[in-house]
Design a protein around this ligand. Structure first.
Ligand code: GLU
Length: 513
């Protein structure tokens, strides 16, 4: 039984906004840490300065904050294993690579880009693909193929060089276990002599990643499937250093809604759904990509949706708070195959979370949304509106599509199609009678209005459809919405009558046109 303390890290590179898949990697790491009383670390992998994008690190932190994924250790949060930004850890990498050079697991390579290009072309002309490895390296210019004096001369004269990992001379099986995929066995022959240090002296991802995971005492490496091909090299690197290999778990891809291929930003643009947690403004061209936050998603709904993309509890449950998920999360229940993203399901999750809330609690954010639209709304009305609308909307902002729900102004855009179909020559007189009846309802509340309405229909020998739908049409200009009795109560007698009168006038005008 391995009793090593669980320490996991989310290690994004600040090369742009965090994709939904990145959020899921962070979430699974977070849940795994919480499930095992472990530590969740945020490490910024910024060794590749050419791909560095301004604002990307801040974006990652803000996105994780919005999701409620609290970081125990890392950039800003701090911790004993810092610094947590790779660009500040170069001393560790230089020291580590020296160890590999001394022990013979790494070597210096002086080949120029032109020389490498010539080797690639030559291989291509022989219908091969050039790979810098055990078979080819002795034909290249490196500290293994050149004699010591030549190597010293090159170094002294300041010739640029890189450091490569030396894969075994004789092919070996690299065997490791993936917590999701089981045992994986790959021949070292298929792995090339990867670059560990670039000619500017900075480490590549592979070196920095292994050194940091070791130095930060990482117990489990939980990351996207795209890193699975790098895992054999990583295992060899740990062994070369003589370090304990952490456990690996490579998460399945998130697939397009159609199920064919990896979900990309382009799919989001085409399908009208975000692929980023929060809005991203590209510093290069100012282009804005929408985020779930800005679309009006409850972060809990977004996370719950992400949670279920590749994991299941083993039963039918679909609703999980972070706390509940942390109690039962396990890597064994992460699926191997890709998980198909569904924009409808994302919306469904938001509806579920919205409906769990009380109108009283949502009233304040709703008033704020109204203010953003230059609408003054009091808390009481906001609450009443939400009581009527909550189970008819996917997002709070959807309420604004039903402008008639607000007391002022009276609706104008009548559904002419509906008017033509449902408004008969005699309907105006039904509305007139209804108005007279409504004036006598006291107290003017939904229950009373409803029972009087029913009695009225009986007395007049009219059907529900003959009166209720025109009543709705006159008051709301549309054919759907909440209970008209609730709506009339919320409007109050005066407004109800005013809308009824105006509505009949407007509708009659449409009919006459
Ligand atoms: N920096 C890598 C990335 O951007 C992290 C890979 C890993 O977790 O090992 O995804």
């Amino acid at each position: 039984m391995n009793t090593k303390k669980v320490r996991v890290r989310f290690a994004p590179s600040p090369t742009g906004p965090l994709h939904m898949g990145g959020v899921r990697t962070a979430l699974y790491n977070y849940l795994f840490a919480r499930a095992h009383g472990g530590v969740f670390i945020l490490r910024i992998e910024d060794t590749d300065q050419t791909r560095y994008v301004e604002g990307a690190e801040d974006y990652v932190r803000e996105a994780l904050k919005w999701c409620g994924l609290d970081i125990d250790e890392g950039v800003v949060a701090g911790g004993e294993f810092g610094p947590y930004r790779q660009s500040e850890r170069n001393d560790f990498y230089s020291e580590a690579v020296k160890l590999l050079l001394v022990s013979g697991y790494a070597y210096m390579a002086f080949d120029t880009p032109d020389e490498l290009d010539a080797l690639r072309k030559k291989a291509a002309s022989e219908k091969n693909v050039f790979q810098y490895d055990a078979l080819t390296r002795m034909n290249c210019r490196n500290s293994l193929s050149l004699n010591n004096e030549e190597v010293e001369r090159l170094i002294e004269s300041g010739t640029p060089y890189i450091v490569r990992f030396k894969t075994p001379d004789v092919a070996e099986d690299i065997v490791f276990r993936d917590e999701i995929r089981g045992e994986i066995c790959i021949s070292s022959q298929v792995v090339d002599d990867k670059v560990l240090v670039k000619s500017d002296g900075l480490p590549t991802y592979h070196l920095a990643n292994i050194v940091d995971d070791h130095k930060m005492d990482i117990s489990h490496v939980i990351r996207g499937e795209e890193w699975l091909p790098s895992a054999p090299l990583h295992v060899m690197l740990y062994k070369a250093f003589g370090w304990e290999v952490p456990k690996f778990a490579h998460l399945p891809l998130i697939l397009k809604p159609e199920g064919n291929g990896k979900l990309s930003k382009r799919d989001g643009d085409a399908g009208g759904f975000p692929v980023f947690p929060i809005e991203w403004k590209d510093p290069k061209n100012g282009n804005i990509s929408s985020g779930y936050r800005e679309q009006g998603y409850d972060p809990r709904a977004f996370l719950n949706m992400i949670l279920m993309l590749g994991w299941n509890p083993g039963d039918e449950r679909e609703m999980f708070s972070l706390e509940d998920a942390a109690k039962i999360f396990s890597l064994e229940r992460v699926v191997k195959s890709g998980a198909r993203f569904s924009p409808d399901k994302a919306r469904w999750y938001n509806e579920q979370y919205l409906r769990q809330e009380s109108p009283a609690k949502l009233a304040e954010p709703f008033v704020k949304l109204a203010l953003d639209r230059d609408m003054a709304l009091n808390i009481k009305d906001a609450e009443e509106i939400l009581k009527m609308m909550l189970d008819r909307i996917s997002f709070l902002k959807d309420v604004f599509e039903a402008q008639w729900i607000f007391k002022a102004p009276s609706p104008e855009d009548y559904d002419t199609e509906m008017v033509r179909k449902k408004w008969k020559p005699e309907t105006a007189s039904y509305m007139f009678d209804l108005k007279e009846m409504l004036e006598t309802v006291s107290p003017f509340n939904a229950t009373e209005i409803e029972s009087r309405f029913k009695r009225h229909l009986e007395e007049k020998e009219l059907g529900f459809g003959q009166v209720l739908l025109p009543f709705r049409l006159a008051l709301t200009a549309s054919g759907g919405g909440p209970s008209m009795f609730d709506f009339a109560e919320y409007l109050g007698l005066e407004k109800t009558l005013e809308r009824l009168t105006n509505g009949v006038d407007e509708i009659e005008k449409i009919k006459a046109a």
